[in-house]
Design a protein around this ligand. Structure first.
Ligand code: GLA
Length: 364
């Protein structure tokens, strides 16, 4: 093959962006919402809307190479605005719960919305999941930014958050989070996608086999607030160090499972230092789909969709039954601002919050 040189033009490479954009309606206060489609040229595709920075759909191949949408969601913006339990959304400022909806930082008490049994859940009444993010296409990635003003939902500091979504040629959905603040604050960002590797709306997830790279978890009280203890999983139904079906032990008469109505806990990931570690692997036996979760975060909230109850009709009119999906929310530990022994969630001016989570898909 002859190579053209010296014609004054650099060879074109990778110029066809795999990100496209469409309108996705308006919020009740008239703010336009956009929907972006990201593909990796190998069949994997995700759609992300600027409302909540939400993953609306995500396709992955089964062992025959057939793609299915493996995340729960709604067909249109109106469906999300009616109220959904954080389907696919970005969560901030603080993923999961803060006990008694308050924390103390630099000697000052900050009060938050008590939106979950007297505690604060997922950033309060109007967290990052209910904000319209600004979008920019950067190469093959979608970059979302949001400026959370000082005092928003009770949290201190003007916080500049950036989340970059990429569908990589290695069949991964990669999510990169960075943030800076102008005042000391606390921060715990995550994504709340609900997965069903059989396909969204295809029944429950009890046969999915889960492995979690964690020897310990953070037990909770009845309100799902960590007691502060770091407890070994060994000998408990929370031991997922070997592949185990979600349904195998979820109904056991265990004090932790009873409090949460099933799995809804934070696992303390095994790690020997900073960087990406494999947090979990999930295998679905009928389709062969496998999802691996890799993260730089210290914790993983594995939630078995216990609060889904069949009342939501999602994409394509599918009914989402109890445990019709599971979440793997990579995060810092719940209620960390009230547990000085937990890895710190404090962010100070001049520092950059920087976390990465990768959901990798394959089949066997
Ligand atoms: C998280 C929580 C659950 C539940 C869901 C949303 O996973 O840990 O208890 O609140 O979000 O319903």
């Amino acid at each position: 093959m002859a190579v053209l040189v010296g014609c004054g033009q650099a060879p074109k490479k990778g110029t066809t962006s795999n990100v496209t954009k469409q309108d996705f309606g308006k919020t009740p206060d008239g703010v336009p919402v956009e929907l972006y489609t990201l593909t990796n040229g190998r069949g994997m595709q995700t759609r992300i809307m600027t409302y909540g920075g939400t993953v609306v759909s995500l396709t992955a191949p089964d062992r025959q190479g057939n793609f299915a949408d493996v995340v729960l969601g709604m067909d249109d913006l109106a469906g999300y605005l009616k109220g959904v339990p954080y389907f696919g959304a970005l969560i901030g400022r603080y993923g999961n719960r803060i006990g008694h909806a308050q924390f103390t930082l630099d000697g000052q008490v900050y009060r938050l919305a008590a939106n979950n049994n007297g505690n604060s859940l997922h950033g309060g009444n109007r967290g990052f999941d209910k904000r319209v993010w600004n979008a920019a296409v950067k190469g093959d990635s979608l970059e979302l930014t949001y400026l959370s003003k000082d005092g928003e939902e009770g949290y201190p500091g003007n916080l500049s958050a950036k989340v970059v979504y990429t569908v990589t040629p290695a069949d991964e959905l990669k999510i990169e989070y960075t943030a800076t603040t102008d005042k000391d604050t606390v921060l715990n960002l995550t994504n709340h996608s609900y997965f069903n590797l059989k396909g969204q709306g295809e029944g429950d997830i009890l046969q999915h086999e889960v492995t979690i790279n964690a020897d310990h978890f953070t037990p909770t009280d009845a309100g799902l607030i960590p007691t502060g203890e770091i407890r070994a999983v060994k000998g408990t139904p929370l031991d997922f160090t070997k592949p185990t079906a979600i349904g195998a032990r979820i109904g056991q008469n265990d004090e932790q499972l009873k409090a949460a109505g099933g799995y809804d806990h934070n696992w303390v990931l095994n790690r020997s230092g900073a960087g990406l570690v494999k947090a979990a692997e999930v295998y679905e036996p009928t389709t062969g789909r496998v999802m691996q979760v890799w993260t730089t975060q210290p914790g993983l909230q594995f939630y078995a969709g216990n609060f889904l109850n069949g009342t939501i009709r999602g994409k394509g009119g599918k009914v989402y039954p109890r445990r019709g999906a599971f979440c793997m929310e990579t995060q810092h530990f719940p209620d960390s601002p009230n547990h000085p022994d937990f890895p710190s969630t404090e962010l100070k001016p001049g520092e950059t919050y920087d976390q990465v989570t990768v959901y990798h898909f394959s089949a066997r």
